[in-house]
Ligand binder design. Structure first.
Ligand SMILES: Nc1ncnc2c1ncn2[C@@H]1O[C@H](COP(=O)(O)OS(=O)(=O)O)[C@@H](OP(=O)(O)O)[C@H]1O
Ligand SMILES: [Mg+2]
Ligand SMILES: [Mg+2]
Ligand SMILES: [Mg+2]
Length: 413
């Protein structure tokens, strides 16, 4: 099945026929003797990420206009919000509903410990309300919602059910409910990342990028500008809100992009999709590289040295979240590099969806030793050699890897 076929498959859904079709899908997924092509899984994953994007847009608008606070700190001082927990609960609930809870195993970032803390009083109620508001929209996406609103216990269960530890055998989903939470709370870029991993290989990936419009010009705007626009002109903020969902299935040689099915429009499925492809630029002097915004997450000085030695002349594009992977897949940038400090272990949910999308869009993703990222070792990318490098093509990729080797020993990493 291609992404084009997902378009066909999705177009057969609408609000009135979605429930019976979903029932058929369940049967097809688990009784078909055909080789697994993950078409039902991809279909549900794309719809679910679309639904999650609408949830995040509502919460982010609330945060920016200060109608809610809702940003908590985890033990490592990283931020977590109502949106992180609410997306995790929603995605977990929809996947269980669609495929049967005994068939669904999920590795995801959040847990309920912080949510249950006394200082998060009120946050849990907001999460439950947010999840129910979101699930009430599910039929517009051709998904089953609950017959009755979920209670607190059910929401907590949905979050804590995402307790798989991954590994080399079997099938599990990897979910980052909000990737780039810092960007999210700053009114900037973030992503919802959902991947399916089978026997250690990422077989499909979906990235929801609610602030990454279909047109590339708005990727590199300053986040404060976005805040100003959102504050001053909420009625026209739709023009900023238009994001995209990008997805790919392993081995298809295709990656696809849909516009968001925006909450404020009276739209239901079908949604349209168009193929995306990596950039054809392989001259370093014309190439753009992207990297994390925060120096704490990736060494800017090391990548500046690499850029210089490879001949990358353009300013780095610093963007929060896996939107960086989306930018490479769409051909809006040519290279992504992340070199975390020694001792930091990258998590699978921060990379899985992006890796398969770039690969199917024609790009290359490896560690700095040129080896594929290993998603078979549990929640961490165990054995990752120094950093993650993604490129639009093999030429650029080889140049970066050679430059890393040449400069690593003299780096402070
Ligand atoms: N110390 C350190 N080093 C490297 N990476 C870290 C570190 N701490 C956290 N993380 C993970 O980085 C995820 C955010 O990556 P970004 O590329 O969005 O970084 S940045 O915010 O643009 O700087 C972020 O994902 P989210 O927590 O989902 O936002 C983390 O999983
Ligand atoms: Mg993340
Ligand atoms: Mg996250
Ligand atoms: Mg986080």
């Amino acid at each position: 099945m291609s992404g084009g076929h997902i378009g066909c498959c999705l177009s057969s859904f609408n609000q009135t026929q979605s429930f019976p079709v979903m029932e058929d899908q369940k049967k097809l997924s688990f009784s078909s003797p055909e080789p697994v092509n993950y078409s039902q899984e991809l279909d549900v994953a794309v719809r679910t990420v679309q639904l999650a994007c609408s949830l995040c847009q509502r919460v982010q608008n609330g945060l920016i206009s200060k109608t809610s606070d809702g940003v908590q700190s985890k033990d490592d001082n990283s931020p977590v919000t109502v949106a992180d927990w609410s997306v995790q609960a929603t995605v977990s609930w929809i996947l269980s509903e669609s495929f049967g809870s005994s068939n669904v195993s999920i590795v995801a970032e959040e847990d309920i410990q912080n949510l249950s803390k006394a200082k998060a009083d009120g946050v849990l109620e907001t999460v439950v309300k947010t999840v129910n508001e979101c699930l009430a929209e599910a039929p517009r996406y051709g998904l089953n919602g609950p017959k009755m609103a979920l209670g607190t216990t059910e929401v907590l269960e949905a979050i804590s059910r995402c307790n798989s530890i991954g590994g080399p055998a079997g099938r599990f989903w990897a979910l980052d409910p909000v990737d780039g939470t810092l960007g999210f709370v700053r009114g900037d870029q973030y992503a919802i990342a959902l991947a399916l991993i089978e026997d250690g290989e990422v077989v499909l990936g979906v990235l929801g990028c609610p602030n990454y419009p279909m047109r590339k010009e708005w990727l590199n705007y300053h986040h404060r500008y976005h805040r100003i626009i959102s504050k001053l002109t909420p009625s026209t903020s739709e023009s900023w809100d238009k994001g995209c969902v990008i997805y790919a299935r392993r081995g298809s040689g295709e990656a696809w992009m849909q516009p968001l099915l925006h909450v404020n429009k009276n739209l239901v499925w079908p949604n349209s999709a168009r193929p995306v492809r990596v950039s054809s630029i392989d001259n370093p002097s014309l190439a753009t590289f992207c990297e994390p915004v925060e120096k704490a997450n990736s060494s800017h000085s090391f990548t500046a040295g690499l850029a210089h030695s490879v001949g990358l002349r353009k300013q780095p594009l610093r963007v929060y979240s896996m939107v960086k992977y989306a930018a490479i897949a769409r051909g809006d940038a040519e290279i992504f590099m992340k070199f975390a400090r020694a001792g930091y272990k990258e998590k699978i949910w921060d990379h899985a969806a992006g890796v398969v999308i770039i690969q199917e869009a024609g790009g290359v993703v490896t560690d700095a030793g040129g080896r594929p990222l290993d998603f078979s070792k549990g929640i961490y990318l165990e054995g990752l050699d120094r950093g993650v490098i993604a490129s639009a093509g093999a030429n650029l990729h080889d140049k970066i890897i050679r430059a890393v080797d040449a400069s690593w020993d003299s780096s402070a990493l």
